[in-house]
Write a protein that binds this ligand. Structure first.
Ligand SMILES: Cc1cc2nc3c(=O)[nH]c(=O)nc-3n(C[C@H](O)[C@H](O)[C@H](O)COP(=O)(O)OP(=O)(O)OC[C@H]3O[C@@H](n4cnc5c(N)ncnc54)[C@H](O)[C@@H]3O)c2cc1C
Length: 390
């Protein structure tokens, strides 16, 4: 029975019910097995694809459901709320926005229908590099125009799902940094067809991480990409990627709210049942208060996610709200994770409770896709008007 305190607003009830129904087929035992072996949740991703959830943002004319970020956020929140892991495929939702907003009519007709039907996966997003880190405009991967193709050389790091995706959205330099007047200029977005590229200019090395995340390192050596796969105009790619980042932050924030609600419900159930010194541990305010605080922070974060998603869908500026949502939700999920582990005492560390797995999974969102410090820096500079620090 679902605890109503963690049910959210009740908005999009049909979507919530449908996602819950799907996720019920992928219980903790399924995820624990994958986690142990560090294998990809193929059946889960296929089920989400078949149900159309991953195509929610693709317009109906291209075979998707033409819904908004509010619905997409609801889907991802419920996935996490059910202790599943949307990180296996969430990127398809926000990466696709770059193609949708900046792709040519030909590119959209070519790529969006097979992505919507699930025939092709667009789940790899190649931005981060080993030497540039968060300083994206210093990235070094270079795509040199040569007639009707680009020749790509360089390296990406943390390119998640590259081994499980057919397409990669790649951000590369097309004009050297020294030759542009603004550091954000001279970067371009290419759609790389990994089916052709692997073994023909691309090598992918998996990186084993503290959670099951299918992340990789990708090496480009004279990779040929048809010039027709350039998205939008050459040199303007940084802006295109930035455009998609608000959606990404809102969706990740929604996942964190889902995580937090799962942790909170687990905490309340256990604290009510576990008897120590002849009374439920939840009767002690030392146990109650961290849970209550994490609950308050989760509900506040959920409101901000909703506000940001509504603004995004109605075309209003939402940089402030998307960043606040990501910051508050990642903090709330981490607090909820911490209080859940503590509430469970030793049992929190046992695999079968799924808490330690979710604890590891939700920790990522303090760092990726953007770290907490960088969000604070955005708020300080762009919202509060404090002096630029970097
Ligand atoms: C599991 C995983 C999956 C990922 N998936 C993808 C993916 O699919 N595609 C992709 O492109 N990237 C991906 N990333 C990369 C992720 O976006 C970056 O790790 C993240 O943006 C932080 O960059 P960095 O690791 O280079 O940290 P760095 O930039 O090296 O920063 C290290 C630390 O220093 C802090 N810091 C840096 N500069 C400042 C400053 N000026 N002020 C204050 N603090 C600062 C940061 O906040 C951070 O805590 C993934 C990362 C992980 C771990």
């Amino acid at each position: 029975m679902l605890n109503q305190a963690f049910a959210g607003t009740g908005q999009f009830a049909e979507i919530r019910d449908a996602v819950r129904g799907l996720c019920a087929k992928f219980p903790g035992a399924y995820w624990r097995q994958l986690d142990r072996e560090r294998t990809y949740p193929e059946e889960f991703v296929q089920a989400l694809t078949d149900s159309g959830f991953l195509a929610v943002l693709i317009p109906e004319e291209f075979g998707g459901s033409g819904l908004g970020v509010q619905e997409a956020a609801t889907i991802l929140e419920e996935v996490q709320r059910a202790a599943c892991n949307g990180a296996a495929c969430h990127a398809q939702m926000y990466i696709m926005g770059t193609l949708l907003r900046h792709g040519s009519p030909e590119q959209k007709s070519k790529w969006l229908p097979p992505i919507a039907s699930g025939e092709l996966r667009l789940q790899a997003f190649g931005v981060t590099e080993p030497t540039s880190g968060t300083d994206t405009t210093s990235l070094r991967t270079f795509a040199k125009r040569d007639g009707d193709r680009y020749i790509v050389n360089g390296q990406k790091l943390w390119t998640s799902r590259a081994e499980h995706s057919d397409l990669m959205l790649l951000l590369a330099r097309t004009t050297p940094k020294e030759e542009v007047t603004k550091r954000t200029a001279g970067l371009s977005v290419l759609l790389v067809d990994l089916r052709e590229a692997i073994g023909n200019g691309i090598t992918i090395q998996p990186i084993r991480t503290m959670m099951n995340h299918a992340t990789t390192e990708v090496f480009f050596e004279n990779l040929e990409v048809p010039a027709e796969n350039l998205i939008g105009e050459a040199g303007k790619g940084f802006r295109y990627i930035l455009d998609g980042m608000n959606a990404e932050r809102i969706l990740i924030a929604a996942e964190c709210v889902g995580d937090a609600r799962w942790f909170l419900e687990k905490s309340v159930d256990y604290a009510s049942q576990r008897v120590v010194f002849d009374r439920p541990i939840g009767q002690n305010q030392g146990v109650q208060f961290p849970i209550a605080r994490a609950f308050a922070e989760t509900e506040a974060a959920a409101l901000m996610v909703r506000e940001a998603a509504q603004r995004f869908d109605s075309g209003q500026p939402c940089g402030k709200e998307a960043n606040l949502a990501k910051l508050l939700a990642a903090d709330a999920s981490w607090k909820a994770a911490e209080s859940c582990l503590q509430t469970h005492g030793g049992f929190g560390f046992a695999e079968e409770f799924d808490i330690e797995r979710k604890f590891r999974e939700t920790r990522l969102y303090q760092v990726a896709p953007i770290s907490t410090n960088l969000i604070l820096s955005y708020l300080a500079e762009h919202v509060l008007g404090l002096p630029r620090s970097y």
